[in-house]
Design a protein around this ligand. Structure first.
Ligand SMILES: O=C(O)CCC(=O)C(=O)O
Ligand SMILES: [Fe+2]
Length: 271
């Protein structure tokens, strides 16, 4: 495992790039080997484990999730690279009170190809309707979820402990199996524009892995000018509060982000 600790830091440039399309020349290096990336202050911001998910498990996840992820991305304008505005127009022509991704943008730009779903706990701390309707989407992938948690414990125990402390304060149903995750966010058919994630517990890394059959889609962290070549079977832990986005890809691709939801300890619940 290589330790990378760049002595450059383009934090301001990364902020400016939010909402825009990631470009190859924002990265000095494409990393396709196991590494641990440390910021200048020594904190771990990313860790890549190549080829740690057996094909049987990532192919099963692809089969179980791909066809079921079909909701338009109406709540993440930064990921789509669009502006946040009134979602739609009322019959009298006035803008509706709901902010997010505008219907017309979804219908008339490539942003309409982006589809999403969350399994487990939502940002409000309740089990999502998709999870209630199709519990097999989690049950069939138990081995995968447990494997990711095991890798989390093995390589980044301090982050996992932080998530667990929060999860233990939350209602039992928020916890995915007995792991340190509450939620799995699935993004299909879209290369995210530069953004930060918003629903994760701050100070804890997210586990990201892509499924499918595709070329491209590397994850760029412009702050350190690196692109991470993620393929099915690879597992990336990274700080989603650092600006990130994907290079374009060709083919069928869905990504899964396993994380601990931000306000899970405040979730309404019975226990
Ligand atoms: O698809 C990916 O590789 C990353 C997706 C992402 O960052 C997100 O959905 O927040
Ligand atoms: Fe993200």
């Amino acid at each position: 495992m290589r330790i990378i600790q760049p002595d450059w830091d383009f934090a301001e440039k990364a902020e400016r790039l939010r909402n825009s399309v990631p470009q190859t020349d924002h990265a000095r290096q494409i990393l396709d080997y196991d590494f641990r990336l440390r910021a200048m202050d020594g904190s771990v911001v990313a860790l890549l484990l190549r080829d740690v998910i057996p094909a049987k498990l990532h192919r099963r996840a692809f089969r179980s999730w791909y066809s079921r992820v079909n909701s338009h991305v109406t709540n993440r304008p930064e990921v789509l690279g669009t502006v946040s505005m009134s979602k739609s127009t009322c019959r009298d022509g006035a803008p509706s009170g709901f902010k997010g991704v505008n219907d017309e943008i979804l219908n008339s730009t490539p942003a309409g190809t982006a589809l999403q779903e969350t399994l487990g706990c939502s940002s409000k701390g309740i089990i999502t309707p998709m999870t209630e309707k199709h519990p097999d989407m989690l049950e069939d992938n138990r081995e995968l979820i447990e494997l990711l948690d095991w890798q989390f414990k093995k390589h980044l125990p301090q982050f996992r402990e932080k998530a667990l402390t929060e999860i233990k304060k939350a209602p039992k149903q928020c916890r995915l199996l007995k792991t340190a995750f509450t939620s799995i966010y699935l993004l299909k058919s879209w290369s995210s524009r530069y953004h930060k994630d918003s629903n994760n517990l701050r100070g804890v890394l997210t586990a990201l892995t892509p499924f499918g059959d595709f070329d491209g889609g590397e994850l760029v962290l412009p702050r350190w000018a690196i692109a991470i070549a993620l393929k099915p079977g690879d597992l990336l832990f990274f700080d989603p509060q650092q600006v990130h986005g994907n290079l374009l890809f060709k083919g069928k691709r869905i990504s899964a982000a396993f994380y601990c939801a931000r306000r899970v300890a405040d979730a309404p619940g019975l226990n």
